[in-house]
Write a protein that binds this ligand. Structure first.
Ligand code: HEM
Length: 343
């Protein structure tokens, strides 16, 4: 494929009807082949997308810090590092393995499925699937807890300003940091709560999706804890592509969280405020009903950089070997050193 491909790295695209989140680890021997697949990801998307151009099928790939030196070469994006567990007094945001994230989106489940099938075949034996979650849009963009999810996402130029790296890291301009977490909900316990209690936890009314006032002290709502204002009074937004998933026959009900930001510290601060609490010890009550089973961090390069991936492999910084150990299992636990509990 020539030029910057369409259909890949569409960070600010609106929510679709379906999404598949595929997280894999890569064996070191397979890096060259994987790089070829990523460079032509746009061509692979087009192979499927052409069959229904109205569907808007797209794929975003994120690359984890462990893979960056060998897969991309040159210096890494300046904030890129592995997901660090966030340990609160009651709940922990776990870290799980992930060298690559594929965020496949479209309005037709069959196109998403077909693209994933071709993608996995192209990636070959050099990958190990760590997590694969197929999601759907539920009613008027509600999560399985029954709340409209995504309302506060920035739109238009605000969206691009919030997620696209700019002059602060010019070599990676146009890319974005991505954090994913797969949450499971004990739905029976949540549904046993009165609606007013659920609304206080979320910070919005359930039926009408209207914001409630922020508490300034004591227990704060999810919405308030996830609002990040810096010392200069500037609010830092992220784009969330949360999607529901589940298997009622297995009593499995979940939310796949995906957050994109031009600055990784913004998402990490949100996680600290949720898990450790603000003030520390007063955690986000949403976590009493949402258990994170995975947690991984990636940098998604711009479409242009993706199509030339590896051109910097021979650059001096690429000489450094892979140094960070990958977590070895998807189990809950502190696979990495916990972050500071300061908020
Ligand atoms: C707001 C659900 C996890 C960041 C919201 C809202 C809902 C929601 C219903 C209010 C409506 C909206 O603006 O979207 C959930 C669920 C989660 C989850 C079900 C997982 C089980 C997270 C995580 C983060 C996060 C892990 C960040 C690390 C935010 C932000 C807002 C928000 C930034 C908007 C706050 C504002 O009003 O400015 N979430 N969320 N959420 N959530 Fe979450």
């Amino acid at each position: 494929m020539s030029g910057v491909p369409d259909g890949v790295q569409r960070f600010t695209a609106p929510l679709t009807g379906h999404a598949i989140f595929l997280v894999v680890t890569v064996s070191d021997q397979a890096v060259d082949g994987i790089r070829d697949v990523l460079r032509d990801l746009g061509g692979l998307v087009q192979t499927v997308r052409f069959r229904d151009p109205g569907d808007g099928l797209s794929c975003t790939v994120g690359i984890g810090s462990r893979m960056w030196p060998t897969l991309v070469g040159g210096p890494s994006p300046r904030e890129l590092h592995p997901f660090t567990p966030v340990v609160g007094a009651v709940h922990t945001a776990v870290a799980t393995p992930g060298d690559l994230l594929f965020h496949i989106r479209g309005d037709r489940a069959d196109l998403c499925f077909e693209f994933e099938r071709l993608l996995v075949a192209a990636l070959g034996d050099g990958i190990q699937v760590e997590d694969e979650t197929s999601c759907f849009r539920s009613f008027d963009r509600r999560d399985l807890l029954g709340f409209v999810d995504g309302t506060a996402n920035p739109v238009g130029t605000d969206a691009a300003d919030s997620v696209l790296v700019g002059d602060e890291d010019p070599a990676f301009a146009g890319g974005t940091y991505i954090v994913v977490q797969k949450y499971l909900h004990p739905l029976d316990r949540w549904q046993a709560l009165p609606t007013e209690a659920q609304e206080r936890i979320m910070g919005r009314t359930k039926a009408d999706n209207v914001e409630l006032d922020d508490a300034t002290s004591g227990q704060k709502s999810h919405k308030t804890l996830a609002t990040i204002v810096d010392d200069a009074g500037v609010e830092h937004d992220i784009i969330r592509d949360n999607m529901p998933f589940g298997r009622p026959g297995h009593a499995e009900f979940g939310t796949y969280f995906l957050g994109q930001s031009r600055a990784l510290w913004v998402i990490e601060t949100m996680l600290r405020r949720m898990f450790v609490g603000d003030p520390p010890g007063v955690h986000d009550r949403l976590l009493d009903f949402s258990v994170p089973k995975t947690g991984s961090t990636f940098f998604a390069p711009s479409a242009g950089l993706l199509s030339t991936l590896g051109d910097a492999v021979d650059a001096p910084a690429a000489a450094s070997p892979i140094v960070e150990a990958s977590p070895t299992s998807l189990g809950i636990g502190a696979n990495r050193a916990p972050v500071s509990q300061e908020v």
